[in-house]
Design a protein. Structure first.
Length: 131
């Protein structure tokens, strides 16, 4: 799950700790690079997905939603993955009205996950520098 932590001023979103720990173990020093690749994918494609909804482009929506679903779960962003799966199903059903309703929540989650990814990249780099 994406879990929320009350930081006093705002709610910070973080990724599933078990997934992050498993990624650290399996990727080793490549962990920050994996997270950078996820962030680049998200930044480059989130608005394209929303545009596909607005343009009623089922093929593009389905392709992007499927990619977000897999990528989000891979980095432990399960809530984003679930919304992406819903969008993928809406593309299959050509249900763009329901997709439009989810698009704002999708963008918010993308931003929150990107922020969490940045925090994990920074922490990994600090840990690598300090041994």
């Amino acid at each position: 799950f994406i879990q929320s932590v009350d930081t006093g001023e705002k709610t910070a979103t973080r990724l599933d700790d078990d997934v992050i720990d498993a990624l650290k173990l399996t990727t080793g020093s490549d962990f920050p690079e994996l997270l950078r690749a996820y962030k680049a994918f998200s930044c480059n494609n989130k608005l394209k997905l929303v545009e596909a909804i607005k343009e009623s482009n089922a093929d593009e929506l389905g392709r992007l939603a499927h990619s977000f679903n897999g990528c989000a779960h891979q980095v432990g962003a399960h809530q984003l993955g679930e919304i992406s799966r819903e969008l993928e199903l809406y593309a299959q059903d050509m249900n763009f009205a329901e997709g439009e309703k989810l698009s704002e929540r999708f963008l918010v989650l993308c931003s929150e996950v990107e922020e969490a990814v940045d925090a994990h990249i920074s922490a990994a780099l600090v840990q690598a520098a300090t041994g």
